[in-house]
Design a protein around this ligand. Sequence first.
Ligand code: ZN
Ligand code: ZN
Length: 178
Amino acid sequence: MGETTQIGCACGQTRLAVEGKPIASVECCCTSCRTAGDRMQTLADAPQTLTDYGTTPFVMYRKDRVHFLAGREGLKSFRLSPEHSTRRVIASCCNTPVYLEFKGGHWLSLYGGLWPEKTMPPPTMRTMASDLPDSVSLPNDIPNAKKQSLVFFAKLFGAWVAMGFRTPKSPTTGEINA
Ligand SMILES: [Zn+2]
Ligand SMILES: [Zn+2]
């Protein structure tokens, strides 16, 4: 199963443990993540989640390898609009974004900010680069896929096979607006 890594929100009240290696570590360039990042950053004391060039670092873990140790009751779901099924879950103690969850997904995309400085698994690719405005130029340190790459889907699917096609439950939360 591998080692357990403890991560958490900026104030330390919300703590999680993740087991073993992530499915992938990526930066998402999509418009939804950028808009959500901008809006979540308007909440009181919220840490910056977007990089200087407007991408969102995520570390994707199987749901069964993410454990909520403390602060689960303070989690709130932010949606871009009421009809959006995608939830971005925030720790309301200090408004740190915790994870992004697609409805029915078998993984959680954990926000990179949960890892203490310089300990986040380094991203291996950027996805949805075609969503960025033309004025943004991305560094060439890792592949910048225009859309979602095939490698990305293969990794996600591989994880689901390993999970026996189960979709574990994630926390039930209240809602938050930003
Ligand atoms: Zn906190
Ligand atoms: Zn995105």
